[in-house]
Each structure stands twice: as C-alpha cells, then as structure tokens.
Design a protein around this ligand. Sequence first.
Ligand code: PSU
Ligand code: MN
Length: 307
Amino acid sequence: MNQSAPALPIVYSQEVAAARKKGLPLVALESTIITHGMPYPGNLEMARSVEAIIRNGGAVPATIAVIRGTLHVGLEEQELEELAQAKDVMKLSRADLAFAVALGRTGATTVAATMIAAALAGIRVFATGGIGGVHRGAETSFDISADLEELAKTDVIVVCAGAKAILDVPKTLEVLETRGVPVVTYGSDEFPAFWSRASGLPSPLRINDAQGIAAFQQSRRALGIEGGILVANPVPAADEIPRAEMETFIQTALSAADKQAIVAKAVTPFLLDHIFHQTSGRSLKTNIALVENNARLATEIAVALAA
Ligand code: PSU
Ligand code: MN
C-alpha cells in the first residue's frame, strides 16, 4: 500500500467483523434505497427483512453508509434505525463519498458508492432494488448515472430487478454494453423493468442458477477483465405491477419532474416518491418484494463464491 495513504476510516459492525474473521459469505446492501428510495417506516421494515433473508440463507448482511464521516460496513440495529429516520442525509456516489468522509458528514451510499465500499471490504456480491441508468431525455440533459461507470470498473456482482422504466432502458443497456458490463438475467430471456417483469427488451445474457453466475465472475477474474456483473432478477409474478399500468404513472411523474425543473441527484428520489403517491403505496410493496427477492439470489451467489 502507498505509504502516504491514510488509514481507511472503515468501521465494521460486530456481525460483519466476526464474519470476516471466519471467512463467511457476505452480501453488501446500499443505504440510499433506505434514505431516498422509500418513506419511513416501510424503509426500515425493508432494511430489516432484507438483512434477515440474507442471514437465513447462510450469509451475513453488510449495509453500507457514512455516519458522521465514518464509513460503516454493516450497521448495528441502532444505526440502521437512526438512518431510516434521519433527515438531511447526503446521497453519495463516487464523486462525493470521500467528501462525506473528509468533512464528517452523514450520507447514504448509492449503487456506485456501495460498490466502492464493498470492494474495499472484500465483499463480492451486493443486492439492491434498481440501478441508476440513462435517463429519458439524456440526449439533452446528459443525465447518466455514475452507477454504470462503476459497474465497468469495480469487481462486485450487483443483483437488481432490472432498470426502472423511469429510465431510458434501451440506452441504459447500450451504455452497459459499450463499457463492457455483462448484463445477465436470472432465469429469463427478457431484461426486467423493476416493478414489471417485462421490458420488451431481450437480455444480453441469461443464467439459470447462482453457481453459473459465480463461475462467470471467476472466469472474468481469471481473464483479467475488470469490473462487475449486473444480474437482473425479475420481480416475482405475484408482486409485479404490469408494464402497461406502470407506464401511465411514469409519464405523470416525468412531466411533474419536468414542470418542477427537478435535476441531478434529486431526479430519481423525486420520481420514486411521485410514483409511490400515485399508486397509493402499491409501488412500495412491489419495491420491497423485489429487493427481498434480490437478497435471496445475492445470498445464493455469495454462498456459491465461498464454496
Ligand atoms: N432504485 C430504487 N431506489 C433507489 C435507487 C435506485 O429503487 O433509491 C437509488 C440507488 O441508490 C441508485 C441511485 O444507485 O438511486 C441512482 O441515482 P442517480 O440516478 O442519481 O445516479
Ligand atoms: Mn443522475
């Protein structure tokens, strides 16, 4: 290590520290979904149930956040509760993760920042809801999430439910292809669209079991190919909101964002909140179900990698 590099300000939860010692499989979890993606108390219930699912599957959950300048990998129950209710939490990506650490701020990590922290902690699998991507209208707004760039760089398998249809999904897939990010759909030929199982777009790759996904990333490593894999796991049919139904809500949310001139980091949280209110909370139920579903698969992949 570079001699002048300062010591890493990482604090591990007791559970994660013990798991690291024993070499148990770990699954990383992001915190932006808790602070900016869902309202309280649904967000806290989701965070707890997802952690429980990972434990039941034989791995250890590591929810990641910056609390008063310290990068936490794994949160104690008290910290999780605090974060779920906290106001004025920063939304941290690659650009500002170190800013929060340096200036003692509290921030939730997006997919990009969670990948950075997971890689630092040696965690190879991460479960979330949906990734950021290329926004509709990106040809004029240039709004493309740093999540895509991070997937190209950082060796972490990210399990999501596809890209939200609030994004331009075809352009998102194009950028991932350009940056050499493999997009693998679990058990389906169609790339899923978060709340919906269907996006109308074929998945570039398909794998039907967790062992196959683990083997794929091992081969990439062996070949010296950097970066992660995006695993898309379709929401269970019982929990989905069909695509045609979602499109109306999305259009309404997008025009509201446009009217209110919402830009930059505020776009994704605004759209999610708008859709939550329009669907009277049904979108939240779907959102929680899909994150739980992703935690199950991520756990299987982490266990397969450890075997
Ligand atoms: N998908 C969700 N809820 C979220 C996000 C995605 O269902 O809260 C968050 C993730 O943290 C993702 C971020 O990394 O939004 C992307 O934000 P942006 O588009 O500003 O890069
Ligand atoms: Mn953006």
